[in-house]
Design a protein around this ligand. Sequence first.
Ligand SMILES: [Fe+2]
Ligand SMILES: [Fe+2]
Length: 277
Amino acid sequence: MVELTKVASAAFFNSTTTKIAMISPSQIDAILEPINQFLHCSTPDAWVEEAKRPENLPVILIDHLLCELKAGQSAMYLIRKYAVDKQSSSALFEWFKPYEDFAYRRIGDMSSLKGKSNISKSIIAKSDSPYSQDLIDKMVLLIKEELHHFYQVLEIMEKKGIAYKPIPASRYAKGLLSHMTTHEPNTLMDKLIIGAYIEARSCERFAKLAPFLDEPIQKFYISLLRSEARHYKDYLTLARDIAGEDITKRISYFGEIEADLILAKDTDFKFHSGVPA
Ligand SMILES: [Fe+2]
Ligand SMILES: [Fe+2]
């Protein structure tokens, strides 16, 4: 973690509350240790070399912005399918509407998204749901944070003069999801394991890339580590708890697929892409 000395005193900041907290290199190491153990490979240097090129900053930030939305959407679809009652299901859709309008329909701007990352209605478990309120609570917190990150990325883009335009997703998430089993309850377990890998990889890449970016983005990326590491942990804990049996082999199976996607040559450059071809 030599590279991160530069961000030793990076601040955790929250743009809407201006709350500042400091993070030390040893705290960064402690956050990354379980992530690096969980992932079957680290991000190749060739990806970092490509990602730090100034001309690639727009694609990194736009793809990051959309990844925040997709992370929130995956959690939202998960609790809609497995856990929440009908009314909560519509409340969840309403919550995402301004973000989806912005990203997919080009409706709205920063002011229409300001302060929308909190949900006003409570999300209730459906009475016949075999899954606990714990799944809902963890996912609702995750969604709040991802939507707030979405706004923070937009703020950075605006400061950098980078205009938003929709771009297609990389092969990464699709590549993982294509290995998901179609039989319940294993499908839910697979979704949770895949969620853990995506969060863990994002966390690892923010830390890898941060030292090479300018100060505001560097601070922002370091400020994301704690929440992304918790998201990884929450997905994994939920997978293990809901499975109620040893799922080590299944976790390892997805670890191999994830590492293959990261280590294989990739002609498309994105936040989660493979080795630049
Ligand atoms: Fe995030
Ligand atoms: Fe996350």
